[in-house]
Design a protein around this ligand. Structure first.
Ligand SMILES: [Zn+2]
Length: 59
């Protein structure tokens, strides 16, 4: 029995370098701040990308 069930996972992508190595730096009063491990970008603006179970971007 085979099932093809696609789960949509939402990952975060750096707006500066495009890396998905994003971690949540801090939860401040003003909102969440993200930290890019690749380029050291820190900010509240990140891109959200829908991917499937294998991490491939969905259209
Ligand atoms: Zn980056």
């Amino acid at each position: 029995m085979r099932r093809r069930k696609v789960h949509r996972n939402r990952i975060l992508r750096c707006p500066m370098c495009g890396s998905t190595r994003i971690e949540l730096a801090a939860g401040l009063i003003t909102g969440q701040v993200y930290h890019c491990l690749a380029c050291q970008y820190v900010g509240s603006l990140v891109l959200e990308v829908d991917v499937d179970d294998e991490g491939r971007p969905l259209p």
